[in-house]
Design a protein around this ligand. Structure first.
Ligand SMILES: O=c1ccn([C@@H]2O[C@H](COP(=O)(O)OP(=O)(O)O)[C@@H](O)[C@H]2O)c(=O)[nH]1
Length: 584
């Protein structure tokens, strides 16, 4: 009887319990078993356990699949548990038939595998990212209301301008801004000591001497320098003396121009957003300080020719930018409040009713303090009493009208202006608004610019009308000076944006109020340091074709393919399955 018939049929007839088992196995599992067995036929016998009982494996194969396979076997190789016995072929004979057994083939295989493993290991280790070491830079922002110390870090081995610079620490100096120490300059230097000590702890000792330290003073010192340049010099001397006592690489303290403040704020925002590196559409920068405010953006219809003093050009990462920027001195929120109150008290009254302060708010204020700023000093009323009583009435609409009085919209010699006769090209979004824009709008819970502008105004109207006692009860943790001014500050921000810069209800939603981007504060300091340390290249740096994980994957895939090719190339040496088990 032909083998095929013997195997297939007799098994089914005589072993029904086995048949049930085969049925369960038929389908996917059965096919898998067959393939597995087939592949075993092609394995060097030396790696199979000896003696290896093929029959025990074949007994797992469902009948339909076992049939073609068993055709190539001798009669005893059928699944009949009664009649079939496997007997190990003589070892010598096997070796003759299966050249995989030869020591040369085994050695070649082992060497091949080892070579590929070595290749992948060396390639991966050679190109792995090195353990990170960092370099540091320190920038002090000497603002009008306070000084802040920022520590930045970047990977040391990426000094070729490709590493990301990030803010790693912020220390807020206790006390007012350095311009407030005009009458006691030494104290300006002393005030910085605690934050400098903190920086010494923060930056690893071995990096101290190579860590650049910069101090940039903004509008507070600009105003002091205008009002009293020798006092400003003395403040700087004291500050320099204090900073030079520390082991960092001191790079100087200076007043930065309003144009630089605007441009570096814009660089910071777009650097952190990775818009510069990727050549994406940039984000305009809106910065509101205590003594000045900056607006900076790129506009398609602006080439800088109309008002060159508002134009800053850069080539960054291979792209050219023609930035419009303007800094309005005295239009920070503290100085604009003074300007508004100066407007309200021009006649020198003993009582000033203020719509931008909450109903129930009352304070006695000093005229000479109010007018002690170059922003308002020329308007000081003659024959005014020493003090006035400042009384809040909390009326948003009247407050808006009072705020508007600080802007001059009468003349414009350019194609279009913002206010005070300053050129402003057509707005082109998106925008990031930071510093006091964020502090104020965040406090008022108005940072969501998808809320229609009219609703924002309505909310602010209700807030301004809230009684001062209630406001104090609701926010016991907030400094009273800040708390009293949020109605004014919110109204000022909305008026500056809509009336001053011409944001509409629609373009208002292009603004995003931001404090930090990817862990770093938005502000001019990072852009300033990136510029002074040449950390942003003019041309796009060469980047590796693949990031490290991609590189590892490609090397591994190529190595595996090489290995498969190697095995296939040994095909003439492959044993044939039919030659393997000899049944006697
Ligand atoms: O938590 C805070 C911190 C600061 N500010 C205000 O934000 C502005 C920051 O001004 P800065 O001192 O930076 O002034 P600049 O000199 O840059 O104009 C000042 O009006 C501060 O009163 C605030 O409203 N909340």
């Amino acid at each position: 009887m032909p083998n095929s018939v013997l195997k297939g049929r007799s098994t089914r007839k005589t072993h029904t319990h086995t048949h049930d088992y085969y049925n369960r196995l038929s389908g996917h599992e059965g096919k898998t078993s067959s393939l597995f067995l087939l592949s075993l036929c092609y394995l060097p016998r030396s790696i199979l356990p000896s003696p290896f009982h093929f029959h025990s494996l074949f007994s797992l194969i469902p009948p339909p699949l076992s049939l073609p396979l068993s055709l190539s076997l001798s009669p005893q190789f059928s699944r009949s548990p009664v009649s079939v016995n496997f007997i190990e072929v003589d070892n010598r004979e096997m070796k003759e038939m299966n050249p995989w057994h030869t020591p040369v083939t085994i050695i070649i295989t082992v060497i091949g595998v080892m070579a590929i493993v070595a290749l992948v290991t060396v390639a991966v280790l050679q190109n792995r990212p090195l353990p990170q070491k960092y370099k540091y830079g320190i920038v002090m922002d000497a603002g009008s209301s306070h000084t802040a110390l920022y520590i930045y870090e970047w990977p040391a081995e990426k000094d070729n301008n490709t590493g990301r610079v990030e803010q790693t620490h912020l220390c807020k100096v206790k006390g007012p801004g350095i311009s407030s120490y005009a009458s006691a300059p030494v104290k300006a230097g002393e005030s910085l000591r605690l934050c400098m000590e903190e920086a010494k702890q923060w930056v690893p000792g071995k990096r101290h001497h190579q860590t650049p330290l910069y101090l940039g003073a903004t509008a507070g010192m600009r105003l002091l320098n205008m009002a009293n340049s020798s006092a400003s010099d003395k403040v700087f001397q004291a500050v320099e003396g204090a900073l030079q006592k520390f082991p960092f690489s001191y790079q100087g303290a200076k007043i930065i121009s309003g144009q630089d403040e605007g441009a570096f704020g814009w660089i910071t925002v777009n650097y952190l957003d990775e818009r510069l590196k990727q050549g994406l559409e940039t984000r305009g920068a809106l910065d509101l300080g205590g003594a000045s405010t900056q607006i900076s953006f790129v506009s398609d219809n602006y080439d800088g020719s109309e008002s060159p003093s508002n134009s800053v050009t850069f080539r960054l990462y291979g792209n050219d930018y023609n930035l419009y920027t303007h800094s309005f001195l005295c239009y920070g929120k503290d100085q604009s409040l003074r300007m508004m109150q100066a407007h309200q008290s021009q006649a020198g009254p003993a009582t000033v009713l203020d719509p931008c302060f909450h109903p129930g708010y009352t304070a006695t204020k000093n005229y000479s303090v109010l007018y002690d700023s170059p922003c308002v000093s020329d308007r000081k009323p003659k024959d005014a009493p020493d003090t006035f009583t400042h009384i809040g009435i909390g009326d948003f609409l009247q407050c808006q009208a009072a705020v508007k009085s600080v802007f001059n919209f009468t003349s414009c010699k350019y194609s279009r202006c913002s206010f005070n006769g300053v050129l402003q090209p057509l707005l082109q979004g998106p925008y990031g608004a930071f510093s006091a824009y964020y502090f104020v709008m965040n406090f008022l819970n108005l940072t969501d610019t998808s809320v229609p502008l009219e609703d924002v105004k309505e909310k602010l109207k209700r807030y301004c009308a809230t009684n001062w006692d209630q406001i104090m009860q609701q926010h016991p943790e907030v400094k009273l000076k800040y708390l009293a001014e949020y109605c004014f500050s919110g109204t000022y921000i909305l008026t500056l944006l809509t009336e001053g810069y011409n944001f509409t209800s629609e373009s208002y939603s292009d603004i995003k109020f931001i404090k930090k981007i990817k862990g770093s504060d938005a502000g001019w300091t990072l852009g300033y340091m990136l510029n002074l340390t040449n950390m942003i290249p003019a041309e796009a740096p060469d980047t590796p074709l693949l990031p490290h994980p991609g590189y590892v994957s490609v090397v591994s895939v190529i190595a595996v393919l090489l290995f498969i090719l190697f095995i296939v190339s040994l095909r003439p040496l492959w044993p044939r399955c039919s030659k393997q088990p000899q049944i006697v």
